[in-house]
Each structure stands twice: as structure tokens, then as C-alpha cells.
Ligand binder design. Structure first.
Ligand code: AMP
Length: 602
């Protein structure tokens, strides 16, 4: 039997939610639906967004109300217009096979007369933000004397936004005997107080431990110097070519500046903040939902109630002042059972704040190293290869050109063709990142190995060795042994002096004693391999201040979005000069990551 039927939900509704892909109840649905269906309890649910709480209260409401009657029987209060529309839409979807169900969304920033008109026609469920609801009550345009259920959704957010008095006034117009169901992601004392004030002996449900946040979120932080923050942020984004993220800033100005800088730098980004008109906000959200935008840069207030599935990363460009806001921010990812990553980019002084958040959430944050330039190049290259592999071929359209294409390539082997296709993008990635500096700020934690007096630096490499990059690799037919022979012959050094050799696809790394670096560089001057210039560079560090600075950051694949790419975006791409391939940026070398003037702005 369908598990929702077992919980007591009728067939009409189950058929509708099955179409939405609800096969099994989420934990909160499983536990709250039977309680709420009795209709006789007040209820407090401590649950994050994305856990399925809309259906947890929505399905019981649809079972309990009398839809033969056309007056308000349920009132759902929530903090934002976005959430209000989302809940209304969800309820309508659940009820699509039921007759005579009328749900109205009441929120500010839209025509009040339309909303009044809908109310006059008769509604059973009102979903509202507090300000507009109070306005309508004050106009005596609604009668709540028959309300049986009040839902306070994201109660902590409503209190954060200063709606306490409005909620008091609204609830005073509803009958004393109504039941109140309160949902909140966190349980600060203010929420406790309203629970006490409006409820009698409520049934309490806590999903996970208190204040823990979603288990599917991994928390990471990067320590950078303040002046490198923007460059580090971009490096992280570039290292995640399929990122679909929300970036949090503390102020509207910062939000706008970062979005503008990102757009100039070729990313699909836009900002969401309180100074935008409702129409502008809707436009930004529409583009984000449709994935024309890859990065949404937002303030805490503007991002409240954003309900977009599949957000892969939340990035705290600035840490929030309140720890509770960190929970809200990170809760925008890992929705509906998916995984997600919450990243904080901090300076050394903010480590204490990270420790505090760790303590409150009871979760360990993983310190990550900003990837080195070559790490990004490798990641971008393989993302591209992956994309080529999965591209949908338009057989009909391409067919007419195939003979000519085949003719162009007839002299080349399959290996040679693949190498050239890969090099097309790879050369520009490489050019863009070749002198990318190490952006990790030195902090006590990363110096730990120095204090033990051993001979290894924080990259795990011997400190008397230097790691060199060479633009030859396995696609050129080199194994480790071959490369060792080639290096020794060309640079005229002994094989014994060469340290670790790391052969990659189209490039490799090898280590030599610091004293031999100049000799190797001289030996390779003018060298060519099958007609190609051979390049040797000190890896990942243009300044030489920390030799061998190519990072050995922890490679973690978990939490990244695997499936699906980003839709191509016509207009905006042209405007922003962004690249044609989904998820990829313009690495044509026009823009330099290390352009001083941009870095200094932040
Ligand atoms: P909510 O916490 O209500 O905002 O729900 C988060 C997301 O999970 C929404 O996109 C829902 O459509 C989806 N969802 C809710 N319940 C289920 C379920 N039982 N099975 C699959 N998806 C669900």
C-alpha cells in the first residue's frame, strides 16, 4: 500500500503528490502527519527548510477542512513573499484532484485589490505574510472567526524580521479554540516564548538534534588574506565548474559590487537585495530558478524563504553576525534529501567565529586549501571532457556538415583528434592560470608541521625541493620512467636527484632540489618535443615566496552536483561576455585572475 495512504491521506491527494514524485514520506511527514490529522493538538516542529514540512502540515489541512464551506478555516503565516507563493502553489498542487479548494496568497509588493477580490469570492486557506495580512484585517476585508488552524511557518524568521506585534494582532482576530502549528528551523528563546503564549501543551517534534542543521550539509572554510578574498572566491567557483550556488554577503552594497565584478569577469551571476523592486526581484529569481544564473549573490534578508532545489553550494562571502543566520544560509542547500556544501571564506581573525558556529551546530568544519591554478585547470579540463562525452548530438542538423568535417580530419588519428579538441580549451585554461598565486593565508593550523621541525612544508613536500610543471604528460606517451629519462637527458641531471614525478594527462609535475632548479630551467631552454615548445615552470607560485606552492588541498568529490549541466543563456551571456559552454568561463586570457585593481576593491 502507498505509505501516504497508510498515514491516512486520501487517494485523490496521494495521486497528486505521486505525480510530484513523492513516493515515501520524509521523516517529518512520517511523524507529524498522524499527529496533525487528529486535529486536536497544538504542535511545535523543529525542522529545517527542505525537509518536506510544507506537505507535513499541508496534507493534514487538506484532510481536515470542510471545502463545502467557503470561508477562511486555515491561516498560514510565513516570513516572505517567496515562501508565501511557494506554499500556495504547493497546496494547490496537492489539491489538484479535489473540488472546491480555494487557496489565496496574501503578500506585500503586489496589487491588494486582486487579493481582496479573491478573498471576496471565498477561500478556505489563506497563506500570508504578516504585514499585508494585517492591512487586510484592518480594512475589515476578512473574517477569521471560523479559523480552526493557524500555521506559523519559519517562526524564527518571522521574529527575526520583527513581525512579533503583527502576529499578535493577527492572531487576536482568530478564535481561542483554534489549533496552532508552529514550524521553526531554530528554537531561540523568542520562539519558545511565542510557543508558550499561543499553545497549550503542544506536541513537540524535533527532527535531528536541536540547532544541528541538516546532516547532509558539509561545512568547509578557507582562510585567506582580506585582499585576496575575491580572487579566492573566484578560484573556488572555477574549481567547481557545475556550481549552482547562493553567495551571502552582509550588505546590499557588497552584494551589488560582487555581482557586478562577477558579471564583468564572465560569470552568470546577479544580486538579490532589499533595494530591488518586487518586479526586479522576481526577474532575478526566475533566472536563478531556470538556471540561467549560476550564482545568486544575496543578503540574508533578501534570501529568506528562497526555495530552490539542487543548490549545490552556499558560500558565505562574509560570515553572518548571528549564528542562527548561518543555519538559515546553509539550509538553502541539501534540500529534499540531497547533499550540499556550505563554504565560508574567512580571514585568520575569524577562526574564533568558525569555532563558535561549530560548537553551536555540533559539527566539525573542514579546513580546505584554496586550489592551485593547475588544480583548477585539471578540474575544468575534465569537466569539459565530461561534457563532450555527454553532449546531445543533433543528428539532423549536423549531418549535412559531417562529410566536410570528416574530410578535414581524415589525416588524423582518433588520439590526435581528441588531443586537439581537449587542447582547444585547455590552452586557454592554462594561459589564464599559469601564474596563479597561492591564495592561502598562513594560519597557525597550517604551520603545525613547521613547529615539529621536520623537513616538510605544508604541501607535504620536502622544503628543500621545488615542484616544477612541465607541459608534457601521458597523452604525449610519457610514463613516469619515460619522463624521468627525458628530464635527465634534457637538463643533464642525475636521475637520483629527481624527487616525486606526477604524470597527468597533458602536463606533469616533478620535484628537484632547490639548488638544481636553475640548471633544469637552463637545460630546457629552447627544448622542443615533436615540434612543440617545452615549458618548465615553478608550480603554482609566481612569486617564489613559497616554493612548491601548488596546493595539495583535500580533493573531495562529495556534494558536488553530478548530473545535468546549465542551460545556455542567450541575452545575458552576450551582455556579460560569458562563455558559450554551460558551467564554463571565458578563459581566453582577456581577463586575468590576478588583476590588481579588482583584487584591491574587496
Ligand atoms: P519543503 O521543506 O516543504 O520546502 O520541501 C522541500 C522539497 O522537497 C520540495 O521541493 C518538495 O516538493 C519536496 N518534497 C517534500 N516531500 C517530499 C517527499 N515525500 N518525497 C519527495 N520530495 C518531497
Amino acid at each position: 500500500m502507498n505509505p501516504f495512504i497508510q498515514l491516512g491521506i486520501r487517494h485523490d491527494i496521494v495521486n497528486a503528490i505521486t505525480e510530484l514524485g513523492f513516493e515515501n514520506p520524509t521523516p517529518i511527514q512520517e511523524q507529524s502527519i498522524p499527529v496533525l490529522l487528529t486535529g486536536s493538538n497544538d504542535f511545535v516542529g523543529l525542522a529545517q527548510t527542505g525537509t518536506g514540512k510544507t506537505a507535513a502540515f499541508g496534507l493534514p489541512l487538506l484532510e481536515l477542512l470542510d471545502f463545502e464551506e467557503n470561508h477562511p478555516q486555515a491561516l498560514i503565516l510565513c516570513p516572505t513573499r517567496e515562501l508565501c507563493l511557494q506554499i500556495t502553489n504547493d497546496l494547490k498542487n496537492y489539491a489538484k484532484n479535489m473540488r472546491n479548494v480555494h487557496v489565496v496568497a496574501v503578500y506585500g509588493g503586489a496589487s491588494i485589490s486582486d487579493q481582496l477580490h479573491q478573498i471576496r469570492r471565498g477561500v478556505q486557506i489563506v497563506v500570508a505574510t504578516p504585514g499585508r495580512m494585517l492591512d487586510i484585517i484592518n480594512r475589515k476585508a476578512i473574517n477569521f472567526s471560523n479559523v480552526k488552524y493557524v500555521v506559523l511557518d519559519e517562526a524564527d524568521e518571522m521574529l527575526n524580521m520583527g513581525f512579533q506585534e503583527d502576529i499578535d494582532s493577527i492572531l487576536s482576530t482568530t478564535p481561542d479554540e483554534k489549533k496552532t502549528w508552529l514550524f521553526s528551523a531554530t528554537m531561540p528563546s523568542e520562539v519558545r516564548r511565542i510557543a508558550k503564549k499561543y499553545m497549550e501543551n503542544p506536541f513537540e517534534l524535533t527532527m535531528g538534534t536541536k540547532n544541528t542543521g541538516n546532516e547532509n550539509i558539509e561545512h568547509e572554510y578557507y582562510v585567506v588574506r582580506a585582499r585576496d578574498k575575491y580572487a579566492a572566491f573566484k578560484r573556488i567557483v572555477d574549481f567547481n565548474p557545475e556550481i549552482f550556488g547562493i553567495v551571502f554577503c552582509r550588505t546590499k552594497i557588497e552584494t551589488q559590487e560582487i555581482a557586478e565584478a562577477l558579471i564583468k569577469d564572465g560569470y552568470n551571476a546577479d544580486s538579490l537585495h532589499g533595494d530591488l523592486s518586487q518586479q526586479q526581484r522576481d526577474k532575478v529569481m526566475k533566472r536563478y530558478r531556470e538556471r540561467s544564473l549560476q550564482l545568486l549573490i544575496a543578503t540574508d534578508v533578501a534570501a529568506r524563504g528562497i526555495d530552490v532545489n539542487d543548490v549545490t553550494h552556499v558560500i558565505n562571502y562574509s560570515l553572518p553576525d548571528e549564528i542562527e543566520n548561518y543555519t538559515h544560509r546553509s539550509g538553502r542547500t541539501a534540500r529534499a534529501g540531497k547533499t550540499g556544501v556550505s563554504i565560508s571564506i574567512i580571514n585568520g581573525k575569524e577562526l574564533g567565529k568558525i569555532r563558535q558556529i561549530e560548537k553551536t551546530l555540533g559539527k566539525r568544519f573542514v579546513k580546505m586549501e584554496i586550489p592551485g591554478g593547475f588544480d583548477v585547470v585539471e578540474k575544468q579540463l575534465f569537466a569539459l571532457i565530461h561534457k563532450v562525452h555527454n553532449v546531445e548530438v543533433n543528428e539532423q542538423q549536423i549531418e549535412q556538415y559531417l562529410p566536410r568535417i570528416m574530410d578535414e580530419f581524415k589525416e588524423l588519428s582518433k588520439e590526435e583528434i581528441i588531443k586537439r579538441f581537449a587542447s582547444l580549451e585547455f590552452n586557454s585554461f592554462l594561459e589564464y592560470y599559469k601564474n596563479a598565486p597561492d591564495l592561502n593565508a598562513p594560519v597557525d593550523e597550517s604551520r603545525r608541521s613547521d613547529s615539529t621541525g621536520d623537513r616538510f612544508n605544508r604541501t607535504g613536500m620536502r622544503s628543500d625541493f621545488t615542484r616544477l610543471f612541465i607541459n608534457l604528460g601521458s597523452v604525449d606517451g610519457f610514463s613516469r620512467g619515460d619522463l624521468l629519462g627525458y628530464i635527465c637527458n634534457t637538463a643533464k641531471i642525475s636521475g637520483k636527484t629527481v624527487g616525486k614525478i606526477d604524470v597527468k594527462g597533458v602536463y606533469s609535475f616533478f620535484e628537484v632540489p632547490n639548488d638544481d632548479v636553475a640548471k633544469v630551467q637552463t637545460g630546457f631552454k629552447g627544448a622542443d618535443f615533436q615540434g612543440r615548445d617545452v615549458r618548465i615552470e615553478i608550480s603554482g607560485d609566481s612569486s617564489n615566496e613559497s616554493r612548491g606552492g601548488a596546493s595539495n588541498y583535500k580533493r573531495r568529490e562529495g556534494g558536488e552536483r553530478r548530473e545535468g549541466g546549465f542551460r545556455r543563456e542567450g541575452g545575458n551571456r552576450e551582455r556579460s561576455g560569458a562563455p558559450a559552454g554551460g558551467g564554463f568561463r571565458d578563459f581566453s586570457g582577456k581577463r586575468r585572475e590576478d588583476r590588481g585593481e579588482r583584487r584591491r576593491r574587496f
